[in-house]
Design a protein around this ligand. Structure first.
Ligand code: AMP
Ligand code: GLY
Length: 429
């Protein structure tokens, strides 16, 4: 049997979950992860420069790597897949042109308009003056709150829901003049505020066929009760109870298929994991955002429920042979709770000792973790993801919190209400 070495780019809990799933395939020999983190089991972390593509290609050649997975948005936006394919490596992930669905909110909004894909009404601006004039007009017409989004990548933090005109103006100044996100915020999208339950659907697509994976519910705000600032994600449950078979069919017809078809028709087929952030409004499901990669922590929540072999699916995406029958999930539920450093997403302390009980390693995905000697220390905002699966959502949540209690570090902070909204929705069913 021919074996393969894989290089995964990225270094968080999402990459840890991808590595664990890829490792289940007997053909997969070694998995290198750049930069990786010291808590990853299954992968070999290699802290070299993730943005130096020529260096990475040389490394891949030396280590006989036969497949490259580009996981994070930044490197996809910078054309990592284009570069490695040109260098002769088969890859998982969209090329630079397709990654614009995430790397430019303006591109994504204009694309949706061209293809009649339902999304929030919006205007795009390149000057502070015009943007301010627009929010004044909207506020005077009673259209508040307004949603202000930086055009480019901003670590999931470039979205502000402005409740008042003052807040909208202050946000625009911060994004467009004070460089809160560097050049990412120089152009902005201003959207109408939508209401309804949110659903994330990760899908795999080879550019022609799109196959939804499991639906999930992220918890993006830092504090219980969906309060506090937006983060990269504080916890996830899957599947999402709001995503009924009827909603799924509607999303397939009005959103998923038109997106893949539209990208293909424009000569920029999307190959990889396409992430749909959806809102189920009274007028039907609408797109909140596209991401061009697995979600973090959505990947940690759904990959443990995947029954099919992930490496086989990735190769089918690369080779354009994907079919819906290839994807099978367990009927269980899962709950992922992020253990973060107190203060995240703002400032927080690092280098705090972590106790990671060895018998729980299968339930834990490491992100901001480093090792000195045989001791683990915190090294980031989101430190570890704890994931448990069970036949019911209620059991999965209870198990995840029991496990979360057993991982300890002085600055540990986590939300206590992951999944509660979903449980209430299930009660109402
Ligand atoms: P995004 O990064 O575009 O997903 O936005 C982050 C979060 O802001 C989303 O998960 C929503 O909760 C919220 N959001 C974004 N756009 C809108 C909108 N047009 N209306 C209401 N909430 C929104
Ligand atoms: N959890 C949200 C994201 O990965 O963008």
């Amino acid at each position: 049997m021919k074996t393969v070495n894989i290089l995964v780019l990225g270094g968080g809990g999402r990459e840890h979950a991808i590595i664990k799933a890829l490792k289940k395939n007997d053909r997969v020999e070694r998995i290198y992860c750049v930069p990786g983190n010291d808590g990853m089991d299954g992968g070999i972390p290699f802290p070299i420069d993730i943005n130096n593509f020529p260096l990475l290609a040389r490394f891949a050649r030396t280590e006989h790597v036969g497949y490259i997975v580009v996981s994070p948005d930044n490197q996809l936006a910078d054309g990592a897949v284009d570069f490695f394919e040109e260098a002769g490596f088969p890859c998982f992930g969209p090329n630079k042109a397709a990654a614009r669905l995430e790397s430019s909110k303006i591109f994504a909004k204009e694309f949706m308009k061209r293809h009649h894909i339902p999304t929030a009404r919006y205007e795009a601006f390149e000057t502070l003056e015009k943007a301010k004039a627009y929010v004044e007009k909207e506020a005077a017409a009673g259209h508040l709150p307004l949603v202000i989004k930086a055009d480019g990548l901003a670590l999931g933090k470039g979205v502000v829901i402005a409740e008042t005109l003052e807040e909208a103006e202050e946000t625009l100044t911060r994004f467009m003049q004070e460089d809160a996100f560097g050049t990412s915020g120089h152009r902005v999208v201003i959207e109408e505020f939508m209401e309804g339950p949110e659903v994330t659907v990760l899908t795999l697509t080879d550019g022609k066929t799109i196959v939804p994976l499991l639906s999930s519910m992220d918890h993006k705000r830092a504090l219980d009760g969906d309060k506090g600032p937006n983060t990269g994600g504080m916890g996830v449950i899957a599947p999402n109870p709001y995503y009924t078979p009827e909603v799924a069919e509607l999303c397939r017809k009005t959103i998923f298929v038109p997106t893949v078809q539209g990208m293909r028709d424009e000569g920029t087929p999307f190959k990889g994991c396409l992430y749909f952030g959806l809102m189920l409004t009274q007028d039907g499901p609408k797109v909140v955002e596209y991401n061009c990669r697995f979600g973090d922590p959505e990947a940690q929540a759904i990959l443990p429920l995947l029954k099919s072999d992930l490496y086989t699916l990735f190769r089918a995406v690369t080779e354009e042979t994907l079919t819906p029958e290839m994807v099978e999930f367990s009927s269980d539920s899962s709950c992922c709770v992020i253990l973060a450093s107190e203060g995240y997403p703002k400032s927080y302390e690092k280098n705090v000792e972590i106790k990671l009980p060895h018998h729980l390693r299968d339930k834990i995905y490491c992100a901001g973790v480093r090792k000195k000697g045989s001791t683990y220390y915190t090294n980031g905002g989101r430190v570890v993801s704890v994931v448990e699966t069970a036949p019911t959502l209620e059991e999965a949540i209870a198990k995840a919190y029991e496990t979360a209690d057993q991982v300890t570090f002085r600055t540990k902070y986590f939300r206590k209400d992951i999944g509660q909204k979903a449980l209430k929705a299930l009660e109402r069913k």
